[in-house]
Ligand binder design. Structure first.
Ligand code: GLN
Length: 245
């Protein structure tokens, strides 16, 4: 009989300081993959050290960063990103960016880890409701690499960031674009140059809503708020399990 020891398990942490961490937990609990998944809600450095990978949920990036600072987690999280897979959804994606526009007054701390710059609340903020800018919306997405990829993924965007530029240095892992939304859905404030066939052309970063760089994954929307587990499966299958061997 096969021995079920710790080596058979994969431990996925979810940063549980604020935001939609419980929804990610539910998705992971239901997931069927090759290995048993142990879930850790990460609130301390000790929790983080148990993890093979981490999900940073959506919520409010400024609040998550502040609570991470208070918990003494900013440094350990930056170290974790250097060797282990991390997936950021929405606010989590902002934290993983190298730089942002529209940061909170006085600045806001980022973890970095993915070579992109993002516009916070790029589709509109709470205040933009008055100006009739759509801040939150849903859109069907074609996503490369998902199980059953011909079936669109339902993208839920809630005051989501817009990717402004992809800027990997020559020594960074290349960025693989997994999904773009149609240009017609872009907010009018985003000026785009004509589409270039080169997928990593930073000039048309604005339509990119899901990407992968090395072992890290970034989605500007919320897969955990759907009933579709394909992104969670993708993260475990493509980013987490290969990093264990
Ligand atoms: N606008 C939020 C922020 O700046 C992100 C929103 C979300 O995660 N749904 O953190």
């Amino acid at each position: 009989m096969q021995q079920m020891g710790a080596r058979e398990d994969v431990t996925v942490g979810i940063l549980a300081l604020q935001g939609a961490f419980a929804e990610h937990q539910v998705m992971l609990q239901k997931l069927s993959v090759k290995r048993r998944i142990v879930i850790v809600l990460v609130r301390t450095e000790e929790d983080l050290h148990k993890c093979d990978a981490l999900i940073i949920p959506g919520g409010e990036s400024t609040t998550i960063a502040l609570l991470a600072r208070l918990a003494g987690l900013l440094g350990p999280l930056r170290e974790f990103l250097k060797t282990k897979p991390v997936w950021g959804t929405c606010a989590g994606a902002i934290l993983l960016a190298q730089s942002i526009e529209g940061a909170k007054k006085g600045g806001q701390e980022l973890l970095g880890g993915i070579s992109v710059s993002v516009g916070r609340n790029g589709w509109g903020s709470q205040a933009s409701r008055i100006r009739n800018v759509v801040e939150s919306f849903e859109a069907p997405l074609e996503v490369e690499g998902l199980r059953d990829s011909a079936r669109p993924f339902h993208g839920v965007f809630i005051r989501a960031p817009v990717i402004l530029a992809l800027s990997p240095s020559p020594t960074d892992p290349p960025i693989q674009i997994l999904s773009r939304i149609s240009t017609s859905l872009l907010p009018q404030s985003q000026t785009l140059v004509p589409h270039d066939e080169d997928d990593t052309d930073p000039r048309d970063a604005g339509t990119v809503v899901a990407l992968r760089q090395g072992r890290h994954l970034l989605t500007t929307f919320h897969p955990e708020l759907t009933k579709d587990d394909r992104f969670h499966e993708y993260f475990v299958r493509e980013c987490v399990l290969p990093s264990l061997v």
